[in-house]
Design a protein around this ligand. Structure first.
Ligand code: NAP
Length: 278
């Protein structure tokens, strides 16, 4: 699996990782996650919100902690100084590890005092409880504010919705992150509905490209969504065949004609639209 620099952290992280939201079955999920790690998908995304997921990950961390890049997230309702400290300690306990690789504020609400939240995340770095800090679902101006407030440790990443049916991050957020050295981690790369998304003609275009490259449509989607140097993708798969499929998504190159066809079939929205969230 190809790795690339994760923002300005100095750490190279696998471009395709593994999500853990809505895992259906602890056994099959653990098997699939283990296979993913064997195949190089060592970037693991979880959150306190994903009930049961951190516990499911614990045996994987017990056996492979050193090779994993583990990311967890704190809910906005816990985003006070004391709340973040406690939420992180609880995540560490459920995961059975003494540190995270990155700890993110899951999303921003009006109730969150961002300066206090960023200060609390920074304090966790100083305590060795997380190596890096980040945010999720932040609009460009919110990211600017978070970066301004993060005076002791930089914002390493912004985890955002990014799939063929929602390319909203490409107009402003992605260039801003790239310029600032903030990794863009695309979640729900297969969208929140039917895959592939879009009209029949768009779906046909994707299928044709996949057939021409001897790949699956999902591999083409992952390949396309990680074509920019600042991007990562974290598909969730608890079916072993799906994990294998995702792990091979970057073993080929989409030529210029395919990239142009995908652009036509799944056009980005006009600049200035707010980012989507699930
Ligand atoms: N920061 C945030 O606010 C936020 C929000 C949403 C998600 N996330 C993170 O992003 C991760 C991924 O997003 P998601 O879980 O919403 O959805 P997703 O990864 O876009 O899609 C997951 C679905 O796709 C299927 N799938 C995966 N690989 C496949 C393949 N190669 N072929 C066919 N089907 C395949 C999975 O099936 P099986 O499970 O049966 O394999 C599952 O039903 C989450 O798990 C979570 O870690 C973050």
């Amino acid at each position: 699996m190809i790795r690339r620099p994760f923002g300005t952290t100095g750490v190279d992280v696998p471009v395709i990782g593994q999500g853990t939201w809505k895992l259906r079955n602890a056994r099959s999920a653990e098997r699939a996650l283990r296979l993913g790690v064997e195949l190089g998908l060592t970037h693991i995304d979880t959150a306190e919100l994903y009930t049961g997921a951190e516990e499911i990950l614990a045996p994987l961390l017990r056996d492979h902690r050193a090779k994993l890049f583990v990311v967890s997230k704190v809910l906005p309702e816990h985003a006070t100084r004391g709340g973040i400290q406690k939420a992180c300690e609880q995540s560490l306990k459920r995961l059975g590890t003494d540190h995270l690789d990155a700890y993110l504020l899951h999303w921003l609400t009006e109730e969150v005092e961002l300066g206090e939240a960023i200060g609390a995340l920074e304090a966790l770095v100083e305590q060795g409880k997380t190596r890096f800090i980040g945010v999720s679902n932040f609009e460009p101006h919110e990211l600017d504010e978070a970066r301004r407030l993060a005076t002791r440790h930089p914002i390493a990443c912004n985890q955002v919705l990014y799939h063929l049916g929602d390319r909203g991050i490409e107009s402003a957020l992605l260039p801003r992150c790239d310029e600032a050295g903030v990794a863009v981690v695309g979640y729900s790369p297969f969208g929140d509905g039917e895959f592939p998304p879009g009209r029949p003609a768009a779906r046909r275009a994707l299928t044709d490209i996949a057939e021409r490259h001897g790949r699956t449509a999902r591999q083409v989607a992952l390949n396309f969504l990680t074509r920019h140097r600042a991007t990562f993708a974290i598909p969730k798969a608890e079916t072993e065949a799906h994990v294998r499929d995702n792990a091979a998504a970057l073993d080929f190159t989409l030529d210029d004609a395919a990239l142009a066809e995908l652009d036509r079939a799944f056009p980005p929205p006009p600049a200035g639209e707010p980012l989507g969230t699930l």
